[in-house]
Design a protein around this ligand. Sequence first.
Ligand SMILES: [Zn+2]
Length: 378
Amino acid sequence: MKVKAFICAFVTLLLVCPGLVSAQGDVQNVEDYVGKGKVTSLHLLGAKAASMAMEELSFARGNDHVLAMTDAGYAMIGGKTTEKCIDGVTAVSGCTIGNGNLLLIHRGKEQPLWFAFFRKDTKDLIYLEVKESVIGKSVSEFYTLSGAEIFTKISKTNIGLDDLVNNPDKWTENVKNEIFGGNEFSLIGIANIWSNPKCSYDFLQAVQLHNHVCPGVSSGYLIIKYLDKKLPLQRGQRYKIIACPPWCKEDAFQAILDTTVGKRGLYVKGLTKEQKEKLPQEAKGIAGLYIRWDDKTGSGEGLALGFDFGEVRKLAGMENYLGPPWVSKLKMNEIAMNYLDKPETMVTTLKRFTVNADELAALQAAGINPLVEIGLMQ
Ligand SMILES: [Zn+2]
């Protein structure tokens, strides 16, 4: 009876508030998706973001040209986790993880909760950031809220790469004004690389963890492609990586190779300015040590690899670009996708070496410079 009364109240509400009419189908979709009686205000929050985006970007449920992104599930509001919003987004927009058009962008729990939707055919992106005060509203209260009462920021703009490269001043201003809540570089980069037909889901896994695309994380992906060719794993083997020096690339290794820090797959070692200066010329582009480790034999084969960012910049035509550095980074991301089967264009082997268990332990130990240890520098 209670449900019936609520539906009556809801229908009445729809009649007096025409702006909410489109929500009727959405509510049905959410209920069908998560199950009767299981709908929460967090589901409705994701659903509301999706339905507003569908209206603003003019797309119907299940449109494959649309990408949904959110940090729901990572961002927490009022001490509560937000994963239920994700099902609300899927129920209404039809964007799913399996279809590759729902990306869950990793963020710290203190970060604001947001949703973004992008159409690859028009290059329009809409960003909606949630008002913290909306959390704690009951389901029935939630139905009465307008978009402006739910979201603190709703911005829509075209993010085509050409526009960014050709109008650096406009985009410097947009970034300064935080049109996407400070997520400009993150959302523009991810949306554009997702549109690239050469971009596959394993790279998007790295991007979701790293929460942006950059030449650094792309270099990690190219290094993985290089290892596939030059140091492929056999059954029972795994990589041991000495990240010396570390940069964004390590997040690609953790996401794609499962060489996580916690499982001792990855040891991070920085280089001081003096150490960098002492590197011989041929090792200036050092990108770390990659060891194919075999537990059974207690031995490993290693490669010291270098990565040439100058080459990527040149191929992207960005050598003399004077606009904002983050715009040239977007162009460089595109180049990485063109060289997935030719990673040796940027990745080179600086030195080969072998290690036993004691030698591996030494490379990983505190206070030891692994580049000296393998004889790459004095
Ligand atoms: Zn990065």
